[in-house]
Unconditional design. Sequence first.
Length: 490
Amino acid sequence: MTKNTVVDVVIAGGGPTGMMLAAELALAKIDVAIVERRATQALEGSRAGGLHARTLEVLDQRGVADRFLSQGQIAQVAGFATIPLDISDFPTRHAYGLALWQDRIERILADWVSELGVETHRGCEVTDFSQDDTGVDVELEGGSSVRASYLVGCDGGRSTVRKRAGIAFPGWDASVSYLIAEVAMIGEPPVGMRRDDRGVHGIGKLEGGRFRVVAVEPRVERGETPTHDELRASLTATYGTDYGVHDVTWISRFSDAARQAATYRNQRVLLAGDAAHVHAPAGGQGLNIGVQDAVNLGWKLAQVVRGISADSLLDTYEAERHPIAKRVLATTLAQTALGRGDDRTNALREAMADLLKMDEPRKRYAGMMSGLDVHYDLGPGHPLLGRRMPDLDVMTASGARRVFELLHAARPVLLSLGASLDIGTWLDTVDRECVQYTGSWELPVIGAVEAPTAVLVRPDGYVAWVGRGTDEGLREALAKWFGAGYPAPR
């Protein structure tokens, strides 16, 4: 990146959140640049282990889900405090999760982002910035700079962007810390989980005869660079031996610290993913809600950059996503507490497991852990309002289609199911489709709902308006979400 480069949006951080946001902006024809400190796409360690159902739906909405499904293993991955939650009976095409390591997830995202024409500037990172009424001057490592309309920090839990923006990061300090490593071992260590009064430990097999180790440390430790001796000591404390651990190719430390940014925005600077919220990995939520942050923010930021919507539209990003992350922090704190192996906690976990065998509690918790129950508060009305649009098989003038196919371009869609809709000057605002659908309308957790006569679907796949025989409220919804109109891409 040359000195004084000008772009619409700079994204600090090229992980899954940053790349998903870049893809959303690129689909809206926004000039976006990713700044990533890693010199290559290669990720040290496999890290996160999969995608939940709603994340798969989000990727399906953009037409790229098959890229991930072809490289992973479909499985029932949802769970609460290691209690499995089956979602195979949920009304979704993706009634499962996907076991796929983060390094592969990132490679697939990077290929897609590259196809969309996004430039990723590697080997440099944001060091500082200053902002005024018209933009942000972003300083980069090495002395170069870039001028942008907006800066988005997707640069992890120790986010430089968040710190430089002066955004507080309140929450809970760690009560336990863990080492995670990819190693070789002598002999055959016991594969599987082991629980003691400190928490859950585990050894799993990787390709090539190697092992992935997660070990609770004897006491809370801090710092990003644990030593091999610390790993050996933690293994010995749990198993009585370190199994001759050697050839450690990756080692890291994480904890159950849980923090959330006090605000997701400081004028023209925004936060998403781990920069906005950190928590223990229990339940596999982190990568998934980061991707969903990006999809919520992307279309809103695109509209503001292009002058279609007022800057105030960006306030709805925090209003909608902050409560989601707050709930995730609470559930991970609970899961970490239930992970301990003393007699009292074991009794509580067994009681929770019995509860989650019942249908209604199972659906409630499975909907929460899979992301399929997300509900943005858009006011009273039909149960669809503020919830994900089901991927229905519909008949259009051009033939049979899936609703998610209509969202591939990341534009809003107005589905008319026989209703006469007068949208006046908003003819260019949405991709309007007159469809026929005769099946039932069913939502995860909630179940069957009244069939609407029309639905306005936002680019992120959430329902912004529901028709119930008339077009009452439609123009107000269009004005609220899409400003003066949503013209064809420039």
